[in-house]
Design a protein around this ligand. Sequence first.
Ligand code: NAP
Length: 303
Amino acid sequence: MKVLLTGATGYIGSAVTDHLHAAGHQVVALTRSAEPQPGRGWDAQLVGDTADPASLAGAVTSDIEAVIHLAPPSGDAEVDTAVIEALAAPLRGTGRPLVYTSGVWVLGATGEAQEVGEDAPTNPIDIVGYRPRIEQAVLAEAAEGVRAVVVRPGIVYGRGGGIPAILVDRARTQGTPEYYGEEGVRWPTVHVDDLAELFVAAVERAEAGTVWHGVGESAVPVRELARAAGRAAGVSTAPHAVPAEQVAEVFGPLFADALALDQSVSGGAARTALDWKPNHPGVIAELESGSYRPAAENTTVAD
Ligand SMILES: NC(=O)c1ccc[n+]([C@@H]2O[C@H](COP(=O)([O-])OP(=O)(O)OC[C@H]3O[C@@H](n4cnc5c(N)ncnc54)[C@H](OP(=O)(O)O)[C@@H]3O)[C@@H](O)[C@H]2O)c1
């Protein structure tokens, strides 16, 4: 398939590009900058900015067989609705996929429930308060003959990036690993390469009007994750909880709430129905001995 990919330069978009290619698909990257980026191996590059929906007109040409929308929303309802309209309208009546990237934070705190599935109601925290509405706008396109699909990734890790990299940096600069919120907070997580495989599965075989949790491990204790981030940073002291006001000062109140969010979310439906097979190491192992270790420690010296 020829796939239009927004957010192609980003953390997840880079992995999705690699996995689309590996599965034999072509990638047309939509980027804000017109600067060519030959190292990325895209098959074509278009310029567009989701803050200016008019700039997306004409991006979904008749040869585009699928759209994966990874660029983050602006939070402005009018702009975000216009972006979905621009991406979906050319696909109406074609049965071609439009895969929208949301996130598990739309579920809010999952409380006593274990391994919450896609049928749970949304209860978004403030940082993603606008997102359920966008999900609904995308899913409504199923009635218009678009294979509309929503993917909700957990906390993404791997390739030395994502939110866990922030914990490693903070452990290094503060000299002690940190976690945020209550001691028992858990995060649903997913390796970026496993998530990229889910996007490939979604464009290839997800049915119209479906939502999928991109979650490899349903509930990783953040205290353990912080301890592993400390080891990645070469810091072996016990993790300490940072008081909420201080977290808000460092990260801003909205992101601070997200970091303190306790969730247990299942990625089981995609494994069963889409034959998704996440097979990368879990986040703790990845932090302790994978891509977050300093480069020198990852180097195998041949003798
Ligand atoms: N990382 C996670 O743990 C996680 C978890 C759940 C959901 N998500 C969601 O997944 C999506 C991708 O996340 P990510 O971690 O890959 O983010 P990222 O590394 O920050 O990448 C964002 C991408 O979107 C592009 N972009 C930003 N603003 C744009 C605009 N106005 N118009 C067009 N392109 C724009 C950026 O392009 P430039 O090169 O031009 O900056 C970049 O390619 C986001 O919607 C995010 O909310 C992420």
